[in-house]
Design a protein. Structure first.
Length: 100
């Protein structure tokens, strides 16, 4: 059986989740700081149109932070369930847990 592309990527990268979370946290923090500085600079220069543009970017960064946090939380939850011997199957109505 040929491995899927996701399995190949997982084998090639293979970074622990805690390390990945720290790297992403640092990168997103830098993006927030740079964006905040750009907003501050443009407001002081009276260019509110560019400040709003940078503010939109900052909102996108916050959305990215939320989605990364959600994925990390769900990955931890699913890993905990699989360690207990349960496999989660999502259908259209609800989440069903069955013994693995």
């Amino acid at each position: 059986v040929q491995p899927s592309i996701w399995e190949v990527i997982d084998e090639l990268i293979s970074v622990p989740r805690a390390t990945l979370a720290k790297i992403l946290g640092v990168a997103l923090s830098i993006l927030c700081c740079v964006s905040s500085w750009l907003i501050y600079r443009e407001v002081n220069n009276g260019r509110l149109d560019l400040a709003a543009l940078h503010g939109g970017f900052l909102l996108l960064v916050f959305g990215l932070m939320g989605s990364v946090a959600f994925v990390l939380f769900e990955a931890g939850r699913l890993e905990g369930e699989s360690a207990e011997g349960y496999v989660s199957i999502t259908d259209s109505s609800n989440l069903v847990s069955r013994p693995g």
